[in-house]
Design a protein around this ligand. Structure first.
Ligand SMILES: NC(=O)c1ccc[n+]([C@@H]2O[C@H](COP(=O)([O-])OP(=O)(O)OC[C@H]3O[C@@H](n4cnc5c(N)ncnc54)[C@H](OP(=O)(O)O)[C@@H]3O)[C@@H](O)[C@H]2O)c1
Length: 313
């Protein structure tokens, strides 16, 4: 089968289209023929190992010390079940499915095996492969955050980075929970974020949300540009969720409502490790994706705990 393979960490040039062995499903696995996949900020992070100071060794231990342990990137896909192991009961050949394999990756290939009880589900009939493929990365991350953040109907939520893969899912899921949503993005994406359901959109090139006098019950910072030290005055209930873990670790934010001068935050950040709507999320970033904005590739809570910071007064 064809796959995009990399054998060393680095810029996009390390990626090569190659012929590799087609996987064979184990007794409890299904073999999926991929029809759509995504390139996300997670792929960029693992390919480049561009991580904040202090996380280099940890990242290499996770993903491979000298070279990548998993030579095929891609955390999510959508496609057709081509074959099933002898113990599989939930799926049959021909089923349209979407799947999320998180940090195990391996989705940038023509075929991928998944355990039938893994993060794999039938594609809703009205969804194209591309739409289904783009649901998991931002969707599962956001859903997990909001569940743990105990988001309630009527609460005011600000999403910093509302046009990205996580942010675009966050806008839609927060609306689903009945929240009043303000999205922050660049000029080019204001209409997109509005179309996703945001009640208000702030263009960060024109307005600094931390200085407009508004306060929110929950702030989701997917961009890493709103550390608590900057945004605490915009928090009404002293509660925040942070998606951009790496970036926020770099900013080493101060706690809100804490009394240890940021130490607990930094301890939590050190313990954390890196790790997915009605409309597909977006996978993008400078040289992360190289092709600019494009649909990301499914919906389930993260099996591992996602990088969340939640503070209560
Ligand atoms: N479970 C997990 O561990 C997990 C999973 C997924 C992602 N993440 C982390 O979450 C973060 C976001 O990931 P992503 O895939 O959503 O990234 P992304 O698709 O690249 O989106 C980045 C977002 O940041 C916005 N942005 C850029 N500069 C900004 C600024 N100065 N102020 C406000 N917003 C700004 C962008 O808006 P414009 O495009 O409009 O400029 C865009 O909406 C990353 O740090 C990623 O590592 C963690």
């Amino acid at each position: 089968m064809k796959a995009i393979v990399y054998e060393r960490y680095g810029s996009p040039e390390v990626l090569e289209l190659r012929e590799v062995e087609k996987p064979v499903p184990k007794d409890n696995e299904i073999l999926i023929r991929s029809r759509a996949t995504t390139v996300t900020s997670g792929d960029w992070r693992v390919r480049s190992l561009d991580v904040p100071t202090g996380f280099g060794l940890l990242s290499r231990l996770m993903f491979g010390v000298r070279k990548p342990k998993q030579p095929i990137l891609g955390s999510e896909l959508a496609g057709d079940v081509e074959a099933v192991g002898k113990d599989v009961r939930k799926f049959k050949p021909g089923d349209r499915v979407f799947a999320f394999d998180g940090a195990r990756m391996g989705c940038h290939a023509e075929y991928k095996c998944m355990p039938e009880d893994g993060a794999v589900a039938p594609i809703p009939p009205s969804f194209a492969y591309e739409e289904a493929a783009a649901l998991s990365f931002g969707g599962s991350t956001t859903l997990d955050f909001f569940r743990r953040g105990d988001l309630k109907s009527g609460e005011k939520v600000l999403i910093n980075g509302a046009s990205g893969a996580v942010g675009s899912a966050a806008v839609q899921i927060a609306k689903h929970f009945g929240a009043m949503v303000t999205g922050v993005c660049s000029t080019a994406n204001v209409e997109l974020v509005r179309s996703l359901g945001a009640d208000r959109v702030i263009d960060y090139t024109q307005e600094d949300f931390t200085k407009n006098g508004e306060a929110y019950d929950v702030i989701v910072d997917t961009a890493g540009t709103a550390p608590l030290s900057r945004s605490k005055n915009s928090l009404a209930s002293k509660r925040a969720l942070a998606a951009g873990f790496w970036e926020n670790a770099r900013h080493a934010p101060d706690p809100v409502g804490g009394d240890d001068d940021g130490q607990e935050n930094r301890r939590r950040a050190r313990r954390r490790t890196p790790g997915g709507s009605a409309r597909p999320g977006r996978a993008r970033g400078k040289r992360r994706v190289q092709t600019g904005h494009r649909p990301a590739l499914s919906l389930r809570p993260n099996r591992r705990r996602a990088p969340l910071r939640r503070y209560r007064a």
